[in-house]
Write a protein that binds this ligand. Structure first.
Ligand code: GUN
Length: 284
């Protein structure tokens, strides 16, 4: 069994973004900029936003944080996005989800200029991903693919089972595995015989949001197990969707939580922001 080191792979990705950014700043005299919008004071969102800002600093981007109070109205938020859409020195706009309940996240996402939508959540970008001709890849699924590539884990022709069908992870994850010729099954809360379906998987991706949901009896001997979860166990300790201690000995490869998929999401965000900067400035 080998542990897939997301920290290491993400550091490599960020280093390549850093080097390219350094060269571009030297040649063109402009710096990529990312705006990060956070509404309210969800502690998990706060940690994610801080990590995203730190990554920007590391790779040499400018980042602007817009921390709005929980009572922010839909109109105020849409006004901010509109202003950011028009700012030439902002290449990427990220509105951290979830938003407080009174806000309509769909309308907010659709108000982002698709060229600045570095999360790839906008309908235009989601559509492009379906068609296989995209500018931006969704951060978490693309981070998972990058890990598989980095460890030379083949996808073609293999049984890939994704548990979870969210717009952010499950659905696009299935699509990226399909683009690489995996045979893809997406499972969800209504799936019958979940255990049997999971046991078919050569590559099993858990994106359910329930602590230690994937147990050893659901994993085939020698499978690759990717854990997208960020949960808390019964003692309040950070854990994933996979019962790591009991599953690990059955796997050929497994990602830990923390230090697995999480850092890869941020590395992809940096790649997307650089791509947005190049697109907006006609740089090849
Ligand atoms: N909330 C959880 N994951 C994400 C993500 O990738 N992007 C944004 N904007 N919010 C999130």
């Amino acid at each position: 069994m080998q542990i897939i080191d997301g920290k290491k792979v993400s550091a490599q990705v960020k280093e390549s973004v850093r080097l390219e950014t350094e060269a571009l700043v030297k040649n063109y005299g402009i710096t990529p900029g990312l705006a990060v919008v956070i509404v309210g004071d969800d502690p998990a969102s706060r940690v994610y936003v801080n990590n995203k800002k730190k990554a920007c600093e590391l790779v040499g981007f400018r980042s602007e944080e817009y921390a709005l109070p929980a009572e922010t109205t839909q109109e105020e938020l849409l006004d901010l996005v509109n202003t950011l859409n028009g700012k030439k020195d902002i290449n990427g706009i990220l509105v951290q989800l979830p938003l407080p309940k009174h806000l309509d996240d769909k309308a907010v996402i659709e108000s982002i200029d698709p060229q600045k939508d570095v999360d790839a959540f906008h309908a235009v970008n989601v559509g492009k991903i379906m068609l296989g001709e995209y500018d931006f890849l969704p951060c978490t699924p693309a981070g998972v693919m990058e890990m598989l590539h980095s460890y030379d884990i083949p996808v073609e022709g293999r049984e890939c089972v994704v548990i979870g069908r969210s717009n952010i992870v499950g659905k696009p994850m299935g699509m990226l595995l399909l683009h690489e010729n995996g045979t893809v099954t997406i499972c969800h809360s209504r799936t019958r015989n979940l255990r049997e379906v999971c046991l078919r998987a050569d590559i099993l991706v858990a994106a359910v949001g329930r602590p230690k949901f994937v147990t050893a009896d659901m994993v085939k001997e020698g499978a690759v197990v990717i854990d997208v979860g960020m949960d808390r166990d019964e003692n309040g300790k950070l854990c994933g969707d996979v019962d790591f201690e009991n599953v690990k000995d059955k796997c050929s490869y497994i990602t830990p939580v923390p230090g697995g998929v999480g850092p890869m999401t941020i590395a992809t965000l940096m790649k997307n922001t650089l791509k947005a900067f190049k697109l907006q400035n006609n740089i090849k």
